[in-house]
Design a protein around this ligand. Sequence first.
Ligand SMILES: Nc1ncnc2c1ncn2[C@@H]1O[C@H](COP(=O)(O)OP(=O)(O)OP(=O)(O)O)[C@@H](O)[C@H]1O
Ligand SMILES: [Mg+2]
Length: 452
Amino acid sequence: MILTTIFVMLAEILIFVPSIARFREEYMMNRLERAQIASLTLLANDMIDPALEAELLRTAEVFNVVLRRDEVRQLVLSSPMPQSIMGTFDLRDPSPLILIRDAFLQLANTQDGVIRVIGAPVQDAGSLIEITMQTVPLRNAMIDYGIRILILSAVISVITAFLLFLALRAFLLKPIKSVVGHMQNYALAPEDARRIIAPSAGVTEVREAEEALMKLETELTQALRQKERLAQLGQAVSKISHDLRNILTTAQLFTDRIEMSEDPSVKRMAPKLVSSITRAVHLCESTLAFGKAEEPSPTLTVTSLDQIVQDVVESERLAVGDAPIEFVTSIPNGLKLRADPEQLFRVLANLTRNARQAIMATGKPGEICLTAIDEPKNWIIKVQDTGPGLPPKAREHLFTAFRGGARKGGSGLGLAIASELVRGHGGMLELSKTDASGTVFSVCLPKGDGTF
Ligand SMILES: Nc1ncnc2c1ncn2[C@@H]1O[C@H](COP(=O)(O)OP(=O)(O)OP(=O)(O)O)[C@@H](O)[C@H]1O
Ligand SMILES: [Mg+2]
């Protein structure tokens, strides 16, 4: 409202400047006209009584009048002037800028004085009319007029501001407030589709904002519902996995016995059955592990990396059997890390198992190398293999649960779990290299402030 008042006042000042100049011009024109009428009286009576002359001049509020009718004839009324003439203004063809300038000079000049004004007589009653008049009444009239204009503009601006304020409130503030209210209401229960805003504003921009908000809220509500459904599904899968694992473990016990059978065909089939069931148990266990929304945060202790790597290699060696796969380790002597040994084992076991499985799938000989580098800020552990490299499908969703798996019988969880565990340590699991000559995964563990 204050701003509107200021702007309207500014506009009024812009109007005031030319109008005060116009007022002054009209005032002087008016005097010229009155003087002309007074001087015409002289036309009627050749000789004029000095008292009447003075009376005529007083009525016209001028000291002198000269009405030039043609080159020779001219009429003159005169009375004594109190001061000498301090300026002459020609109103016959005035430029607006000069009128404005003169008006302001007039306002600024507080001195009482006499000015000469020249103009064209009305009704072509002569070629020129000239008067002398006092400045003080002119200046006072101008000040009066100015004050009236100022008061008027103040009233106009307050009324305009008030109307504008009402309009703004009705057309902008109310709709915006209603949008904000909707947002707050929606935020209380975003899954409730009934709380999604229904665009109703009349102002285009606000309506557009409402429509955008409606789209956003609709998408968010849908996403939340989807998430809820997925969470329920996840729980159901966890429960199924749990019970399935128990059933399969029992089955495993029976297959162990079947393996001892004397029947050659049963003996031949038994290992396949065992490995299938083992894979199924593994799938159930990994699903269960992943289902626990998040891995527990690591319990950091001083851990000997060499020991963990030995454990990993040992367990993998068992799985290799007779396959021509070499294990090489290169760990700085006595290197100790700050990590959760159980979780670090799972990370390295997953990476090494993947490498082993990849090489075994090719049926060719290969080498798996586990190395560690002690950098100033991080510990870097690399698992390198000479396998066939990652298939494109695995590369696309590498660390995404259930999606990165490209191996027959794999669940696509190993890398997702390993990466989550490393992240729990504040570190990063990265694929450093993969091509036909092999693959390198790097685990980067930050040392933190270095205190154990
Ligand atoms: N060293 C590697 N060389 C070649 N391919 C690899 C290697 N490591 C992983 N992969 C590929 O990436 C996929 C994803 O591995 P990830 O460990 O996440 O799942 P998985 O091994 O299939 O199943 P899981 O580990 O859960 O039993 C694998 O299926 C495999 O195709
Ligand atoms: Mg794996």
